[in-house]
Design a protein around this ligand. Sequence first.
Ligand SMILES: Cc1cc2nc3c(=O)[nH]c(=O)nc-3n(C[C@H](O)[C@H](O)[C@H](O)COP(=O)(O)OP(=O)(O)OC[C@H]3O[C@@H](n4cnc5c(N)ncnc54)[C@H](O)[C@@H]3O)c2cc1C
Length: 458
Amino acid sequence: MHVFAARFGSMARRHDLAGIELLDAPTHEIERQRHILHQAPYHGTNLTPGSGHFNYFSNIPRILDHRPMNFALPPDLARWQERVRAFVTAELQPHDAEIEETGRVPEIAMAGLRRMGLFGTNTPQAYGGLGLSMLGSCLAIEEIAKAHTAFYYLSGVNVHIGSKPIEFSGTEEQKRRWLPELASGRVIGAFALTEQGAGSDAARLATTARRDGDHYVLNGSKLYITNAPEAGLFTVFATLDPLLGSRGIGAFLVEAGTRGLTVGRTIEMAAGRGSHHSELLFNECRIPAANLLAGEGEGFALAMRCLDAGRTHWGAYCVGAAQRLLDLAIARASSREAFGQRLREHQGIEWMLADMAAALHAARLVAYEAAWRYDGEDAAARTRAAALSKLICADMVQKIADTTLQIFGGSGYSREQPIERIWRETRVVRILDGTSEMMRRIVARDLYRTADRRNTSV
Ligand SMILES: Cc1cc2nc3c(=O)[nH]c(=O)nc-3n(C[C@H](O)[C@H](O)[C@H](O)COP(=O)(O)OP(=O)(O)OC[C@H]3O[C@@H](n4cnc5c(N)ncnc54)[C@H](O)[C@@H]3O)c2cc1C
């Protein structure tokens, strides 16, 4: 897409310590490319709309000339993707069965994730991250998703909802203190929004924050908090005034071990062995007033902004898991025989594979668009694209998991193959970080906003 070319096509080449070519174009280059895009329809002419000479139709060939589509990944990103792919194949996938068996992620795999910088792909370099664009980060997530989901819960989730609250709203001191720890994986961050009575309707929080001199005091509980037992730092959302609804919510940094904070029971999930989702209990938990992120009533908006990053990553996660499934399905259909020929030679199976490839291809484009929009300046477009990506990719991967399992037959349903595990693991994408129904709500509201702006009536 021209958008990729615009953002990445003529990047200055810089390298980080790991030898990765860094992907951020200098600001003046992005500005130059933007300028070219905006000028493109009139490029090479002295005609502009409103000049009195402008003939839109006579300029169409020029529009086509100067806005080429380019769907290839820029070479830097393609190399980065290959590097992560090789790492996942050699160092993560061999542990998949062990994690499923023991429920523990081996330290050697964690060390590999740290070495590759996968706890801080999208965190700015100034704070110890790789400083990749969101597309670069999503490409890494896509590869990590081809291994056990526990790896993604630890590293990928740390990149978005673990780190973003501080990246977006922390003071310089908080950023310097925490982001390098989070980006290196030395500290795991957790994001505590959901409660027993507040899931999709996240503004209905019952956890309270009360100002008391130089402190805030938190009381209440949270549910399903990913990585809570491992976390060194929690971003906790609590209401300062329930009557104000979403405008009464604040976001607070709470360090693990703070008196009054207890990590409660861990809830057994259908999948995701090796990752933990737990209850948090706050009982007169006192934290310094300086631990407030953003302003007192700005916590809800901050949470939604962080979730845009989470949803964008989840789209990429689904794409990676689906690619793994499709690869397995092709391998199985190529080796298994029935009725005197390989499964893949039966038209029924051939069509299944083709439909899977078609759905995956479309979803991948949507996921990459969301990644690109995430780095843009249009907040509404970013939110819509993230919601669309999560909605579309979550459905896509579930259909592909189901079809792959069907192609594998009995062995697909057995625990001897990874299919049933991936089938269970990917189901949750329709629920967490906002359910598919909430994604539809975001998309619909955006539709209404656009329609109302146009003010058309029938
Ligand atoms: C594995 C896992 C990890 C998680 N990690 C975290 C975490 O780290 N931090 C955190 O804060 N939370 C986390 N969550 C919580 C998750 O974000 C919530 O489960 C999710 O937002 C849905 O909330 P709920 O479960 O309360 O469902 P509910 O809000 O009770 O919804 C139940 C059903 O009703 C539907 N529904 C609700 N309102 C509407 C409506 N207006 N229109 C149509 N349908 C509607 C929902 O879509 C859903 O299908 C996690 C959950 C899981 C399963």
